[in-house]
Design a protein around this ligand. Structure first.
Ligand SMILES: *Cc1c(COP(=O)(O)O)cnc(C)c1O
Length: 424
């Protein structure tokens, strides 16, 4: 098929994320991707400022990751995980344990981030059920969060962004507190905890778990929060006997400057979700990790088993490439690179704070965000950005970048210059 056919068929028949058939935003075809560059059907090569939504931390077409998949492919692409196991699953497990707090050590492999959040929510409910507290089956969270698009995660996504009113008939109504104001510990005021405390005081008997994206709320608004806030959430969960779920699907693997965002807080959640960059952006894969206490209580219950088991659980190709991605992270010295990217993003973006169209600029780790005063016009902005040689995917009032860790400083400068031009 030539390029015209590709785009025409796509427009007629393929849904895209958050897309409309009758009022579509532009879609561009990619024929290759290499390093930090995407090559479009019309021959243009553009710098990828998105890491394909947090995933492609090592860039594209990486020889080491390719090789890991090739090697595994020649042994087996997939076998069921019910009653069978394999070395890639075990090897990945060892690597996960090596970056997790000691007590988080029971790993459930899931096929996507949303599923891993579903699994965490089900584990929380089954944990309390096993303890004879079947009414402890609701959730609390922070406004502005994003936890995935399937029904369970949707119920804890921001009620406005998540369009809860459209799904009222199937979404349970859970407890939401205002998002924290403090983005750094300098600004944190303990009175920020009052709302959560009062929700817990009133409803702890029915709340199974509190779920939060620690340090950085991603797709719900790209906002950072003070580590102290996350720490105080942990304390309140302990005080009121509520489990804490940390959704690190976006923040995991170094993005905010530490391997896990919780490393900046020093807490241990009861359940933790990883995904996105887990496979270096090669395949859809995720994991839910539970504390041994939760796993054991569920296991000793009347059902005796945790009731979830996806067909593609523990997929060997995904596990192999995830292992290779882990090893590569250490080999490239991810920490040095993330700090370098942070410095360079700050240099390019912070001076834009005073632009008339800009409401806020925030940079942390390998994430740079411009919040504008008005919504961006995707239909004109996106093609313009591509014309300038960078791939960014703005949404709402946000123009932001989270590039692959292999990006060099000139390429970062190119991204920040284009962003600057866009708002000037
Ligand atoms: C992307 C994301 C999810 C959902 O993951 P999918 O793989 O898209 O299902 C959940 N939580 C967070 C924080 C995310 O960024």
């Amino acid at each position: 098929m030539d390029k015209q056919d590709t785009l025409a068929f796509d427009k007629q028949h393929l849904w895209h994320p958050y897309s409309s058939f009758t009022n579509p935003t532009p879609v561009f075809d990619v024929v290759r991707a290499e390093g930090v560059y995407l090559e479009l059907g019309d021959g243009r090569k553009v710098i990828d400022g998105m890491s394909s939504w947090w995933c492609a931390i090592h860039g594209y077409n990486h020889p080491v990751l390719n090789e890991a998949i090739h090697q595994q492919l020649d042994k087996m692409a997939h076998v069921m995980f019910g009653g069978l196991t394999h070395q890639p699953a075990v090897e990945l497990g060892k690597r996960l344990i090596s970056i997790l707090p000691q007590n988080l050590n029971r790993i459930f492999y899931a096929d996507s981030g949303s599923v891993s959040v579903e699994v965490a929510m089900k584990m929380a409910i089954q944990y309390w059920y096993s303890k004879g507290l079947s009414n402890k089956n609701r959730f609390a969270t922070v406004r502005g969060g994003y936890h995935g698009d399937t029904t369970g995660p949707m119920s804890v996504c921001d009620p406005v962004n998540g369009m809860h009113h459209m799904f009222r008939s199937i979404l349970p109504e859970y407890y939401f507190v205002d998002r924290p104001v403090a983005a750094t510990d300098d600004y944190f005021d303990i009175s920020e905890m009052n709302q959560l405390r009062s929700v817990f005081e009133k409803h702890h008997a029915e709340i199974a778990a509190f779920i939060i994206e620690p340090i950085l709320q991603g797709a719900g608004g790209m906002r950072f929060m003070a580590p102290q806030y996350v720490l105080e959430c942990r304390k309140l969960c302990d005080e009121f006997d509520i489990l804490m779920i940390c959704d690190e699907i976006a923040t995991g693997f170094g993005r905010t400057g530490s391997m896990l965002a919780i490393d900046q807080v020093g807490i241990v959640p009861d359940l933790l979700c990883l995904g996105k960059a887990l496979t270096g952006g090669y395949m859809s894969f995720a994991a839910t990790i539970a504390s041994s206490e939760i796993a054991n209580i569920i296991s000793e219950s009347e059902a005796g088993t945790f009731m979830h088991g996806p067909t593609f659980m523990g997929n060997p190709l995904a596990c192999s490439v995830a292992c290779a991605s882990f090893d590569l992270l250490h080999a490239i010295d991810w920490r040095t690179n993330v700090i370098r990217i942070e410095t360079q993003l700050k240099k390019g973006l912070l001076p834009l704070k005073n632009e008339s169209k800009v409401a806020d600029v925030r940079v942390k780790g390998a994430v740079g965000v411009l919040e504008l005063k008005e919504n961006v016009d995707m239909k004109t902005l996106q093609p313009w950005l591509l014309g300038q040689g960078v791939w960014l995917r703005p949404f709402g009032k946000l123009l932001y970048t989270m590039p692959p860790y292999i990006i060099n400083n000139d390429e970062i400068d190119k991204i920040t210059k284009v962003i600057a031009q866009a708002v000037q």
